[in-house]
Ligand binder design. Structure first.
Ligand SMILES: [Zn+2]
Length: 507
């Protein structure tokens, strides 16, 4: 089975920030988990480089839009590498191959009778690159997102007959209640559709920075139409000499933030229907990370900067924190104190210490070999159905709940070791069999959670699995008791070392 997951392509008029890291990490968790299940995965991210906001930002810096695109595309690639994601391709809308597909699809929309010449008159925010209705504006004709006074625009351009797709979209939503998740966003998109769809501009007349309209080269294709098509165009040329469209289209999930819901849940499926292309299976929407005012933290200052966190604590800690702190799909607050708390209590103490203690006890009491014993019954019951639940939650894009399910077992293992007190058992030769079972149970539990944690914290999970002498991380091995004892354990070092404030760069 194939699995195709995308992030939005990031707009190159500004530097990458935590929100970009958040979406990209979530997509990577899905991609890595699906690979564990043996799926044929394609994971796409990239940059959106056309349109007015880019030309305006470039002008301000005294460089060309292409130069600005090059600069920021490099930054976004660097961010992806920093947070250790495994995208299969990085698309840029300035790729000539992308432009070809855009022209081809838009031509098809035109030939199918869904495009017409008209005059646009209305409010337009150049920073959003979006047209606004009266009701969408704040007091004084200001863009509610950018706070700037929007322009009254009048120009002849090409229109996409979005209004003609109201019924087809309502039908799509009725047939596929899981088309948009979570449900609150499904309802939001559907009520937008039911409220009546107006046609949208397909091109801009005055702008030069974009893909030319194939039948009217005096205009360029509106940046959103161009950008959305990246999900489809990438499959054509991501692999030289190979067209991956049949293998991966339609996309399984487009992950996006809630601010671009209308484009992905309304305009995008309508465009595809207009061009006789299958619509994606699902659009998954996450909430916003809220960055409130916080007191200074010793190692991170007062904001969470993805570059700094990964420099000081590593990619895994940031990945874990973002997937754990905020319920995926909802808004939630993140803070440096919250990060440090989870790093210390959960990563260092609950997971890291459990791992080092378990390995140390196996080394000391059993000469470094995991005992061959029956899986202890209470633990077996506590792990029953875990892998299935995680799989199920990930399928539902409930990523943070999947992580919570795993973490409950990490806590359970800590409690188990505490209850059984293997260091006491080791003093009594009569308890030898019991000690075997407890050590095997702890090692096997750690192995199981580490396989399941791998998509969230790939580096740490791999290190721990290697130290346990069991490196297989396919999902079918994520069952407690699936792998017998007998492995020789190795060195682990500290998975999540204590960070001294002095080790952190000055804020
Ligand atoms: Zn705006």
């Amino acid at each position: 089975m194939s699995y195709y997951v995308t992030t939005p392509i990031y707009y190159v008029n500004a530097e990458p920030h935590l929100g970009h890291a958040y979406t990209t990490i979530a997509a990577d968790v899905l991609a890595r988990h699906m690979r564990q299940r043996g799926e044929d995965v394609f994971f796409l991210t990239g940059t959106d480089e056309h349109g007015e906001p880019v030309t305006l930002a470039a002008e301000k810096l005294g460089i060309t839009p292409r130069e600005l695109g090059d600069r920021h595309a490099a930054n976004f690639k660097e961010l992806a590498a920093r947070v250790n994601v495994t995208n299969d391709f990085f698309i840029r809308t300035t790729d000539p191959e992308h432009a070809e597909v855009v022209a081809e699809v838009v031509q098809r929309m035109h030939d199918n009778g869904h495009v017409y010449a008209g005059t646009y008159e209305g409010w337009y925010c150049p920073r959003c690159a979006d047209f606004k209705t009266e009701s969408e504006l704040d007091e004084g004709n200001k863009c509610p997102i950018h706070g700037i006074v929007v322009d009254w625009e009048k120009e002849d351009n090409w229109f996409f007959k979005l209004s003609a797709f109201q019924e087809p979209l309502e039908r799509l939503y009725a047939e596929r209640p899981g088309f948009v998740v979570p449900e609150i966003r499904y309802n939001e998109a559907l009520s937008f559709i039911k409220g009546g769809l107006r046609d949208v501009s397909l091109s801009r007349a005055r702008l030069k920075w974009g893909v030319p309209v194939p039948w009217d080269e005096s205009q360029v294709i509106y940046v959103w139409i161009d950008a959305l098509l990246n999900y489809y165009s990438a499959l054509r040329y991501a692999r030289k000499g190979e067209d991956l469209t049949d293998r991966f289209w339609p996309a399984d999930v487009h992950l996006i933030g809630k601010d671009i819901l209308k484009f992905h849940a309304v305009i995008w499926p309508a465009m595809l229907l207009a061009a006789d292309i299958e619509v994606p299976r699902r659009v998954g929407i996450h909430g916003f990370l809220l960055l409130g005012e916080h007191k200074m933290s010793k190692s991170l200052g007062n904001v969470i900067d993805p570059n700094q966190v990964t420099d000081v604590y590593g990619a895994d800690a940031l990945r874990f924190y973002l997937m754990r702190e905020v319920r995926f799909g909802q808004d939630g607050e993140v803070s440096p104190e919250g990060f440090e708390l989870r790093y210390r209590n959960e990563l260092a103490n609950e997971y890291g210490n459990l791992a080092s203690r378990t390995l140390a006890m196996i080394a000391r009491y059993r000469d470094g070999v995991v005992p061959e014993a029956e899986a202890p019954e209470p633990l077996r019951a506590d792990f029953e159905g875990l892998a299935e639940t995680v799989q199920d939650r990930i399928d539902a894009l409930d990523v943070s709940v999947a992580l919570d399910e795993i973490w409950r077992r990490v806590k359970r293992l800590n409690a188990y070791v505490q209850e059984e007190q293997p260091w006491q058992l080791s003093k009594d030769p009569a308890e030898s069999e019991r000690l075997d079972a407890v050590l095997y149970g702890a090692a096997e539990g750690l192995r199981t959670v580490s396989v399941l944690l791998h998509p969230f914290m790939p580096e740490s999970a791999e290190r721990l699995l290697a130290a346990l002498g069991r490196e297989d991380r396919s999902l079918e091995t994520a069952h407690f008791g699936a792998v017998p004892g007998g492995a020789r354990v190795g060195e682990l070092g500290q998975l999540f070392p204590k960070i001294e404030p002095a080790a952190a760069p000055a804020a």
